[in-house]
Design a protein around this ligand. Structure first.
Ligand code: NAD
Ligand code: AHE
Ligand code: ZN
Length: 369
């Protein structure tokens, strides 16, 4: 079938809106009509050429919601008409990782996913007869996309897709990082570096966890109003200080914070986030994605004196098991999604969504098909 799609033909170039061909779903696959998709910084990261797994030409996008159109052979967990969120972290329930009870990092389709391919090693997308690669197992920047059955969470059909698409990545990642990775407890102090969709979701999660002080850090002060609305108690702009931001936060708190979260993808900030964690027990969670070749560093003494450095993918959330419940929570108002959606636009304007992100003017732009 034909599908309108925003194709990344080459790194560093704007997406091009073209009509691609989408082949039918094969065994264990599902054809979806995407209704809404958010644009996450990771899409911009891959488009920039900094992603070691970036392959071109590709249909990017991984924060969507849609409706099942057709299922391939052997698919039993969803049927045409079901409302779904594609998952870049699959959940097969059968691999060593799924069965461990220790992680959400299912490996069922991860190897081919990282190469932009479906599990059988081929693509379902083409343009002028040439293959187009998939992205993160989702490719939500196409009106029609094909994903593996294990990469789909079935959700309440009454859910507002313009909002719950954000549970496909940003909001789930931030909230999950607080509850599943850091396990923030009532009264704990928290510092959040970077106040985009991810950082604001961390703040929302910290407030749910009844954290005490929530220190929001960004170099763009325009992000502070929404941060306060979500529960930040202090907002700090590193540019207002002539000493390192970790020192500023340690001085604000005495010994540092119980938990810090890096939500930018900047390895220098990752170091600052670790070093503002409390001596003896503070822990720092890396959420941001850093470019190819970048490495983190700190004095080992920071760890010797009790700080813990950790990371999280999709907030540790198991998508098929847990995402339907998070959608219900959003429908009950227990997860707030509307304030994240600062812009909506048709697919034809998707490059504006990237511009707004780079200019620091948006939290999430949602593309409406
Ligand atoms: P975003 O661009 O919307 O937000 C980033 C924020 O960081 C902006 O507000 C920006 O002003 C701020 N910032 C930039 N440099 C700064 C600095 N030096 N100090 C303080 N603030 C600074 O991005 P997003 O969509 O919220 O994504 C954030 C990061 O999280 C990206 O790296 C993205 O790839 C990553 N991410 C990771 C996961 C995961 O599962 N680990 C999931 C989603 C996104
Ligand atoms: N492909 C990159 C890594 C990108 C990355 O870390 N992705 C995050 C999700 S970002 C969502 O916006 C993630 O979950 N990673 C775990 C995984 O299995 O992909 C690289 O460095 O190669
Ligand atoms: Zn994302």
């Amino acid at each position: 079938m034909k599908s309108r799609a925003a194709v990344a033909f080459a790194p560093g170039k704007p997406l091009e809106i073209v009509e691609i061909d989408v082949a039918p779903p094969q065994k264990g696959e599902v054809l979806i009509r995407i209704t809404d998709t958010g644009v996450c910084h990771t899409d911009a990261f891959t488009l920039s050429g900094d992603d070691p797994e970036g392959v071109f030409p590709a249909v990017l996008g991984h924060e969507g919601a849609g409706v099942v159109i057709e299922v391939g052979e052997g698919v039993t967990s969803v049927k045409p008409g079901d409302h779904v969120i594609p998952l870049y972290t699959a959940e097969c329930g059968e691999c060593e990782f799924c069965k461990s009870g220790k992680t959400n990092l299912c490996v069922a389709v991860r190897a081919t996913q990282g190469k932009g391919l479906m599990p059988d090693g081929t693509t379902r997308f083409s343009y002028n007869g040439e293959p187009i690669y998939h992205y993160m197992g989702c490719s939500t920047f196409s009106e029609y996309t094909v994903v593996a059955e294990v990469s789909l969470a079935k959700i309440n059909e009454q859910a507002n897709h313009e909002h719950v698409c954000l549970l496909g990545c940003g909001v789930t990642t931030g909230i999950g990082a607080v509850h599943n990775t850091a396990k923030v407890q009532p009264g704990d102090s928290v510092a959040v570096f970077g106040l985009g969709g991810i950082g604001l979701a961390v703040i929302q999660g910290a407030r749910q966890a009844k954290a005490g002080r929530i220190i929001a850090v960004d170099t763009n002060p325009e992000k502070f109003e929404l941060a306060r609305q979500f529960g930040a108690t202090d907002c700090v702009n590193p540019k207002d200080h002539d000493k390192p931001i970790q020192q500023v936060i340690v001085e604000m708190t005495g010994w540092g914070v119980d938990h810090s979260f890096e939500c930018i993808g900047n390895v220098n900030v990752m170091r600052a986030a670790l070093e503002c964690a409390h001596r003896g027990w503070g822990q720092s969670v890396i959420i941001g994605v850093a470019g190819a070749g970048q490495e983190i560093s700190t004095r080992p003494f920071q760890l010797v004196t009790g700080r813990k450095w950790m990371g999280t993918a999709f907030g540790g959330v198991k998508g098929r098991t847990q995402l339907p419940g998070m959608v219900e929570d959003a429908m009950k108002g227990e997860i707030e999604l509307a304030p994240f959606v600062t812009h909506t636009m048709p697919l034809e304007e998707i490059n504006t969504a990237f511009d707004l992100m780079h200019e620091g003017k948006s939290i999430r732009s949602v593309i409406k098909f």
